[in-house]
Write a protein that binds this ligand. Structure first.
Ligand SMILES: [Zn+2]
Length: 437
């Protein structure tokens, strides 16, 4: 065991000494222009990651999730694979979009150092985390430290636009199994779970189309036309959603989430065909945030039930009830997304070890809480892999103009990650069972 600690201390010292190389690696990643939207631009960046992993002896899989947007998964089998604990490290290569009117101090894709920070698109979300992970794996290789457990690195696409490259990894079996997973996304080095998000469309449709001149007949005495404007009827649905949102705020809670985090946002409304017609169709695009201990199946069922009950109380909607379409695989292809929730079990051996690794670098307890945003971590958790979010950078910087990350934090994160990788990989799978977990 003393020998193991020496290895870890040696590696952490090397991170300190070689932090210039760590920064160069993160800067290189930022230099690749990978904003999503527009997406379809990660090929070169992913090839760079693939080549880096190959150099380190990893078996690398690279496949197109969309044209010019490939996933990269590298696996390094341990020296005692199957007996020792395995780990997935996951990060996304795409970054938030940059609008032409944003006032950056320079080109967002030419990173600069300023006042102890690295500035550039993706510095915090999350090329800082991804670059640090790649550097940690590089050091293990260069100092010829062989690990008994398997290590998988997933560099995925599409996270910013709900395209869930991570889900593709799970579906293809490339990273569908591990004893623990760390999503090295923006968490300011808190160990985090997350609530879930699902988008949906609520559609009100009339089975007949009427001329604008018939409106009098459908709204005034003696008109004798039982019909309605789909746009006007949608206002009842919106009101119903607000009632349910308030009911959720009052009745549901989750430790670590501010009350009322479970919101239903009427984000986009589309309807009507022309000013000469009564609107015969109206579609509402909603974003639903739910708590870490809920599933999207459960919350969408609650919404459908409530809105259908509201409809039953309306003389036209009762015969023309709204329909629902949930989720989607891309905000830019089919206008829908799902981010499953993720609960952190603070008693899990991986979480405890990560806390200890954090403590040894910072001499302060790691905060375990809930991310106010969403990451791909929910997909890994949905595969049954105990997963946490733990990465450098804070959310005020993610997606922001002059996005930045603290250089000290990158260095410290790399140290914690190295200590965790090393120690976790030296734990026997059986140890967990013996502890009765
Ligand atoms: Zn991110």
């Amino acid at each position: 065991m003393i020998f193991l600690r020496n290895d870890v201390d040696f590696l952490k010292q090397k991170v300190e000494e070689r932090q210039g190389e760590l920064l160069d690696l993160v800067k290189t990643l930022i230099t690749y222009k990978t904003p999503a939207p527009p997406a379809r631009n990660t090929q070169e960046a992913q090839e760079y990651v693939g080549a880096h992993l190959k150099k380190l002896g990893y078996t690398v899989d690279m496949w197109d999730v969309y044209p010019n947007d490939p996933n990269v998964v590298g696996v390094l089998k341990g020296t005692n694979t199957g007996k020792y604990k395995s780990l997935i490290i996951n990060g996304h290569m795409d970054v938030a979009e940059v609008s032409p009117d944003e006032k950056w101090i320079g080109d967002p894709f030419i990173p600069v150092e300023e006042n102890g920070h690295l500035i550039g698109r993706g510095a915090a979300d999350m090329k800082g985390g991804l670059g640090s992970a790649l550097f940690a794996l590089q050091l293990l290789k260069e100092y010829e430290i062989e690990l008994p457990g398997d290590i998988t690195l997933q560099s995925v696409i599409g996270e910013e636009v709900g395209e869930a490259g991570t889900l593709q990894c799970c579906k293809c079996g490339k990273g569908a199994e591990a004893d623990f997973a760390i999503v090295v996304d923006t968490s300011d080095l808190h160990i985090q779970g997350q609530g879930g998000v699902i988008t949906g469309w609520i559609t009100i449709k009339s089975n007949q189309t009427y001329h604008d001149a018939t409106r009098r007949n459908m709204i005034h005495a003696g008109g004798k036309l039982v019909a309605a404007s789909a746009i006007e009827k949608m206002s009842k649905v919106i009101q119903g959603l607000q009632e349910l949102e308030r009911h959720w705020a009052i009745t549901k809670s989750y430790q670590g989430c501010p009350p009322g985090t479970n919101t239903i946002n009427p984000a986009v409304i589309e309807g009507g065909r022309h000013a000469a017609f009564i609107a015969d169709e109206c579609r509402l695009w909603i974003t639903v945030h739910y708590y870490p201990d809920e599933t999207y199946e459960k919350v969408t069922k609650e919404i459908e039930e409530h809105i259908l009950n509201v409809s039953k109380g309306d003389l036209w909607l009762k015969d023309n009830p709204p329909s629902f379409t949930w989720g989607g695989t891309s905000m830019i292809e089919d206008r829908g997304e799902i981010f499953p929730s993720l609960e952190v079990d603070s008693k899990h051996a991986g979480v405890q070890l990560l806390s200890q690794s954090h403590y040894r670098t910072f001499h302060a307890e790691a905060k375990i809480d809930v991310s106010p945003t969403v990451t791909d971590g929910g997909w890994l958790a949905a595969e049954g892999i105990p997963t946490v979010i733990y990465g450098p950078g804070d959310l005020t910087n993610a997606h922001a103009v002059n996005e930045k990350v603290s250089i000290d934090q990158l260095v410290d994160f790399t140290k914690v990650l190295l200590e965790f990788i090393y120690t976790w990989s030296h734990k026997e799978k059986e140890e967990e069972n013996l502890n009765g977990l």
